[in-house]
Design a protein around this ligand. Sequence first.
Ligand code: C2E
Ligand code: MG
Ligand code: MG
Length: 766
Amino acid sequence: MSDTVTQSLSPIGGEFKDPGCEAVFQAERLPEKFRHIRLLFILSALLNTLFLISDWRFYGEPHFQVAFSARLTVIAIALACYFAARRATGFCQAERVMLAWEWINAIAVGFLVSSHSDLALLVVLMLPSIYYLAVPTSFRWSVASGIGCSAIMLFGYVWPEGDKSDLVGLILAMVMLNLALILVVSRSNRLGRLEWLALQAERRAKNELAESRAMFESLFRTVPLPLVVVREDGSFINFNDAAVAFFGATSQMLGIQSVREFYANPEDRDNFLSILHKEGRTVDFETTVRTADGSLRNVLIAGTKFKTGGETYIISALVDITDRKAAEERVWRAASHDPLTDLPNRALFQGRFEQALAEAQHNSHSLALLLIDLDDFKSINDALGHDAGDAFLQEMARRLRKLVSKDDTVARLGGDEFVVILHSDATPEGTLSFVKTMLEELRRPFLFKSENISGRASVGIAIYPEHDTRPSELLKDADLALYSAKAKGRNRAAIYSPEMRDTIERKVTLVREIQDAVTQNLIVPYYQPKVNLFTGDIIGFEALARWDHPTQGLLAPISFAAAFEDPELSIAVGEHMIRRVAEDIRAWREQGIMCGRIAVNLSTAQFNWVGLARRFLEIVQRAGVDPKQMEIEITETVFLGRSSLHVATVLKQFHDSGVRIALDDFGTGYASLIHLKQFPVDDIKIDQSFIRDVEHDTESAAIVNAVLELGKSLEMDVIAEGVETEGQAEFLREHGCLYAQGNLYAHPMPASEVAPFLVRGLKVAV
Ligand code: C2E
Ligand code: MG
Ligand code: MG
């Protein structure tokens, strides 16, 4: 018992110091007390009636009178108190009745003990004891009544004619008795109250337990989170309402015995249990459960163990994350997949590639990386529209995916570029044979709105670990191989070899050197005349780029072809050439030299630039040169690749401003006739390969003739390129070719030699 509890009791009486508390204590024991004092009064009346009957034997003796009236009084007061006690409602009233009984009873018994019988002595000692022990009054009244009763008893027994010799002994005995009884009452009071307090505390604890259990029960029932209580073996104990709603039924309704049956993968339950045993609880255990209608839901389970009645239970709370997972999946797919083909995009490919390499390294496997570029995609888009382009890409993606196994990855890197990671232990031979099948599959015609489209592709292959081990390097290797496949004429595969890297590196160095050459003005135009085969007149010149290399001397375009192929450099070199040519024309004009029309070559890469015509004309006009004095030479490759609308727009801009358009190297490309009709071409330049053998090779002669006929019928001027001999010139003249260009008349010359050349005139006779 704690100190505070004992301190709440008075040290002597053992009652509560706080009257309120004491009143509660008394009130609680009141029914018991009423029963007790009623019994006391009845016993008192009954015993004294018996004593009265027994006293009848003293009838006639002087004491009989006293005894009879005293006994009657005792009986009467006992009965009166019995009835008064029945009417009492509170402890105070009951106490008053008890006190009245005690004092009147004491006085009456005081008379009775004057008989000095042995029984009287017993009563003298017994009555105070009864008052202390059997009458439940408050401590102070117990003491007061006990002492008062003792005094009355002594007085009755000794006075008036009693034997006084024992008086001191009697008083001492009485004092001892009172003290002992006071101690007993005090102790009993204390114990009674402590017991009551303990009872109260226990009752309170029980109430609190019951309340908290009720609260937990209602919380368990009503909490909107599905909660399931099971034994360790999985057998069910309880489901809350949310769990019933979540699963769509109770376990009884479903007729299942174990929670294990809810798991879509029952072994997940074993994992859940092992975490629970190891850590005592699980926080975010993710699994899939099956509900009553058979649907699968993704859930997070937070579980904890608890023990009650010697048995271990598990309570689990479920959080349904199906919608969240679906949303996450949607977000992830949008961020990691190409929306058109639903293939992984570049970002996801990077991750998968790194992972595949790590696995290959771990398992000591090889792995192949294929970079695929669809050859004709741009023309499909241009010719058949974007719908066809999209459908084509989707079909190619589908075919690629079908070709590879489920562990392999097919991704779209963008545009018409795809990539495949082949996980199988890859050898160069095995991969090449796979790629061969793949190219055949892609080539299989694809029908789109009655159009048959055939997909041709170039493929670059790099193999881990043979070619490299780092992802970025392997990608670079595959890219170099792809570049080489394209350079070899597309529609084929190339496997990486270290020389490719050297070639590209050389190209990169070259590009850098050419850039420097442009800024240092080392790229210069050389001019080759175009002559009239019949009159010998010089009708103009073709400007041909030369690199005035500081160490290697004068270099022809074949040594710096990259300058015309690189998208950015071709624009820079092109601008530089136009500027130099325009400056030369202005200078000749200022010297009064009539140089005729000057042609400049435009590369396909340069032609891809939308602002080409505008910039060209701007430079020419700024130099004060009339665009009518200019010509552009383009090859048929300009028509491939870009949309016909773009080509038509640029050519129209040139044409409208008076710049002539010549189709260079005619006869070496494709689909020439369509282009001649479609675009505003003024001149056709027969490629020098046909001129070279024109005298001896009937096929070349036939082609030259055909082109000359074509020029006539389309009303275009035809110029023969690369005329080196008189014989060739004669042939051309005989077949009606009006113009020629070639070393027979003059090699390309620097600008400074043009004026003297024009003054000198042609050395050869025409
Ligand atoms: P192209 O436009 O067909 O130029 C004619 C080429 O034939 C020139 O070669 C010229 O030197 C060469 N040639 C002329 N007459 C004869 C001959 O009788 N016999 C032989 N064997 N060859 C002859 P070059 O200057 O080496 O130019 C090669 C190609 O480089 C040009 O072919 C043109 O396509 C391109 N090119 C030259 N300069 C430029 C330029 O400034 N821009 C662009 N984009 N391309 C240029
Ligand atoms: Mg040319
Ligand atoms: Mg040419």
